[in-house]
Write a protein that binds this ligand. Structure first.
Ligand SMILES: [Zn+2]
Ligand SMILES: [Zn+2]
Length: 478
């Protein structure tokens, strides 16, 4: 029992004081005591009463003294340590338990600090460690972290857009807010899952370990409360330099100390209880990930067709198809689409190609967008030949001779150059993920070994009467 202003010992002093050191008045119910560790004296006759309620105070708090008959209020009773009890065992210093006296903001701040540097303070001497109070604390910490991280990301992206001029009007602003609304929802769902699924399961497993390894002071509720108080170090995530790993490990350490104190078990048992499920989960995740990779590799190798992932509409492919249906023949060259202004030069680029797309004379491909139609036409005439495949921009085109108005949906119109992904020495073993513009107007990513995905495509091409795509990458147009 210390003066909240100056820390002067107030054991035995008569409320309302004042404090002999600093003059602050005090009352006994400002403090929370460990039940049964403190005696309270009748201010009139000195009769001693045990503090037995949940805050270690006399129960009831207002009563008639059995010796002198005076009306006694716990507020006014001097407090003494019971025989042989140390001050540290008698006083509950948990800032969260005392949040009514401290105020929520101060209590949250002090509890978060305690969870980092002295977790045992949060549950020391507290007989009834309540889950509800601990959940409240964990929610405050997580909400604060989410809000700060979210605002930080938003400011960074907004500044990036602003300074790079990547905004581009109201449309971009709308997209920006839509993306962030989605991100915010995801973060909140993640937090709710962590707090109300992951933490309880962790507590359940940890309590199971405590039950198996010996006695403990209290039930599952206390273990669960410790796990929630142990979320305090998550607050570190409001510092951009502090990774989630640091706070994650700190959460474990904090939970171990809390469990050791609240359940009165050895440090080793507390550590095993907290770490066994946590390490188990990490090991399980690694094993599951490994199995997934194995599955993906074997499944991928087993599919002769490779796997196709649709990534969205392709302007290039739809322009090719609409050109064909409107004019009655497939374009002789991709430049036909530029001449008609169906596409611009950016659609001749591939996100998988390194460097900038250039024309034969070394000028940037974007020069096409400013060329006059006559210039484009003469360029096209110089490039059109009888080859089934040709490279233009960063793509290899395979549409010539194909009837795109009635082509199979997965016929390749154009694809990114596989040269960088395929080893010339052994293409059969080379794994590729190729961007492919398909006759269904979609852009897909095709995964698989180069020789297999080409073999499959060539079956489709053969059925259409088209020349095969060379399996040997050195035979592809450059
Ligand atoms: Zn004082
Ligand atoms: Zn009395």
């Amino acid at each position: 029992m210390r003066c909240p202003a100056c820390d002067y010992s107030l054991w035995g002093a008569s409320p309302p004081g004042p404090c002999p050191e600093c003059g602050r008045e005090f009352c006994t119910t400002e403090f929370i005591f460990a039940p049964g560790k403190v005696r309270f004296l009748c201010p009139s006759c000195g009769e001693a009463y045990q503090g037995t309620d949940y805050e270690g105070l006399p129960d009831p708090r207002v009563f008639a003294c059995v010796t002198c008959g005076e009306r006694v209020d716990a507020d006014d009773m001097p407090a003494e340590l019971a025989e042989g009890v140390a001050e540290t065992d008698a006083l509950v210093t948990s800032p969260w338990i005392r949040r009514k006296a401290l105020g929520l903001r101060v209590a949250a701040h002090k509890t978060a600090v305690a969870s980092l540097v002295n977790p045992s303070q949060i549950v020391q001497g507290v007989t009834d460690v309540r889950v509800g109070a601990a959940v409240k604390f964990a929610i405050i910490v997580w909400a604060l972290v989410l809000a700060v991280v979210f605002l930080f990301l938003m400011v960074v992206v907004a500044l990036t857009l602003f300074f790079t001029g990547g905004g581009g009007g109201l449309g971009a602003t709308g997209v920006f807010f839509a993306v962030f609304a989605g991100l915010g929802v995801q973060m909140c769902i993640g937090a709710v899952l962590s707090l109300f699924i992951v933490v309880p399961i962790h507590a359940l497993l940890a309590h199971g370990v405590l039950m198996v390894t010996g006695s403990r002071r209290a039930g599952l509720g206390t273990t669960l409360a410790c796990m929630y108080y142990g979320q305090g170090p998550m607050i570190l995530n409001i510092l951009p330099i502090c990774g989630w790993y640091v706070s994650g490990v700190w959460v474990w350490v904090s939970s171990i100390v809390l469990l050791k104190t609240a359940q009165q078990v050895s440090g080793w048992r507390a550590a095993i209880a907290v770490l066994f499920p946590a390490v188990g989960a990490v090991v399980l995740a690694v094993v599951a990930y490994g199995m997934f990779i194995m599955w993906a590799l074997t499944a991928g190798a087993g599919f002769s067709s490779g796997q196709v992932m649709d990534t969205g509409p392709s302007n290039l492919a739809s322009a090719m198809v609409s050109y064909t249906t409107e004019t009655g023949s497939t374009p002789s060259h991709a430049l036909d689409l530029l001449i008609d202004k169906r596409i611009d030069s950016s659609m001749l680029e591939s996100s998988q190609a390194a460097g900038l797309a250039v024309l034969a004379d070394g000028s940037l491909i974007s020069a096409l967008d400013t060329m006059a139609p006559e210039e484009l036409t003469s360029l096209r005439d110089s490039l059109v030949d009888e080859e089934p495949l040709y490279k233009f921009g960063q793509l290899i085109f395979a549409h010539r001779m194909a009837d795109l108005s009635a082509a199979p949906p997965d016929l390749w119109i154009a694809f990114s150059d596989p040269a960088a992904q395929v080893a010339a020495s052994d293409p059969s073993f080379s794994w590729v993920s190729l961007e492919v513009h398909q006759a269904n107007g979609r852009l897909a990513v095709v995964y698989g070994s180069w020789s297999e995905v080409v073999a499959d495509q060539n079956i489709i091409r053969a059925a259409e009467g088209l020349a095969p795509i060379p399996t040997d990458i050195t035979q592809l147009p450059q």
